[in-house]
Write a protein that binds this ligand. Structure first.
Ligand code: ZN
Length: 338
């Protein structure tokens, strides 16, 4: 296993998050999703702990080819039964907002909770939403916003996605997605979400300020990001799959993301750790020189990958343990507008 102590040097740098200026450890990180192995320099701020790219490429578009999102699809199956959909939505309403519990108890004899409730219910319950009409914005969701589509299936009525990298404005399963930067947005939202998109954006503080401006008072900004202050960075170093150079411009520590939110005025209300096994699987592959999209990658051809079923099971258990111990490689930060 590579350790981070063996492959870094120093540089004098300016932290784009906390403003620290001085000596920083540097790391050389190869592109490993597509396996070009082009190398990018990163430095670690000794003050706030944020790992960030030395030079932001002037044109990021070559690093986002059209097949960039193709491994991320979460399939939402819709029932064509109108009545059944209404009953499911009523049950979800009760589960998410704690309303009409008697109705939920009655309806459970007729319809089951959809899988989307188990997938996203815990996340949504932390967002201080009160009904299905509260407007939700997903920033950087791609052209197929599967999370918003899942929210729509649960019953949410006012959903919008934006992504400056998609080809054109589009509609995905009834959800509108605009080819637009956050800075160009207007409107009022109860929830603004960054699901692993903030680390791709160069202007971190400005971005959270735009989110602040779009939120209602009491609204929540949900930021899901990789965490460099984790057991996975300690274990895998430059082979940690979440680095995703050069697309991830920032790998925050818990300290740096909390400080960034507070600079904007947010109050951090909750942190949920949500590492999954894929992160460990991919990191093990990178240690062995196997890129995410290689022919023998677990994510392309699991049968010819380096992992047995038992090994995958063990990595799933390790991911769960890291979440419990709050040492996971990714987490969800809930910032509330006071
Ligand atoms: Zn810093």
């Amino acid at each position: 296993m590579t350790t981070i102590a063996s492959d870094h040097e120093h540089v004098t740098a300016h932290c784009r998050i906390c403003g620290y200026e001085g000596a920083c450890d540097t790391y050389v990180i190869p592109e490993m999703m597509f396996g070009t192995r082009e190398e990018f320099g990163y430095y670690l701020c000794p003050d706030c702990g944020c790992l960030q790219i030395l030079d932001i490429p002037a044109d990021m578009s070559p690093f986002y080819p059209q097949n960039y999102y193709s491994l991320e699809a979460f399939h939402v199956e819709y029932s064509s039964n109108f009545i059944q959909n209404i009953l499911v939505s009523r049950r979800c309403k009760s589960a998410l907002f704690g309303k009409h519990k008697w109705l939920n108890r009655l309806l459970r004899h007729f319809v089951a909770f959809p899988p989307e409730l188990y997938e996203f219910g815990p996340l949504l319950k932390q967002c201080d939403l009160h009904d299905f009409y509260e407007p939700i914005l997903d920033v950087g969701c791609g052209a197929q916003p599967f999370r918003l589509a899942a929210f729509k299936k649960l019953g949410f009525k006012s959903l919008l996605g934006i992504d400056p990298f998609i080809r054109e404005d589009t509609i995905f399963r009834g959800v509108h997605v605009l080819k637009r930067d956050l800075s160009e947005m207007a409107g009022r939202f109860s929830l603004v979400m960054f699901h692993h998109s903030l680390e791709h954006i160069s202007r971190q503080r400005e971005t959270l300020e735009f989110a602040w401006d779009l939120l209602e008072k009491g609204g929540v900004c949900l930021v899901r990001i990789p965490l460099v202050s984790s057991a996975l960075w300690e274990k895998y170093g430059v082979n940690w799959a979440e680095l995703d150079a050069p697309r991830h411009l920032y790998l925050h520590s818990e300290e740096s993301i909390r400080r960034l939110g507070e600079m904007v005025g947010f109050r951090l209300t909750s942190v949920i750790y949500d590492t999954e096994a894929w992160e460990l699987i991919a990191s093990e592959q990178y240690v062995n020189g196997i890129s995410m999209r290689a022919e023998n990658s677990y994510f392309v051809n699991p049968d010819v990958s380096m992992f047995s079923g038992a090994q995958v099971k063990a990595l799933e258990q390790e991911a769960t343990r890291l979440n419990t111990e709050k040492r996971a490689g990714r987490a969800a930060f809930y910032f509330q507008k006071r």
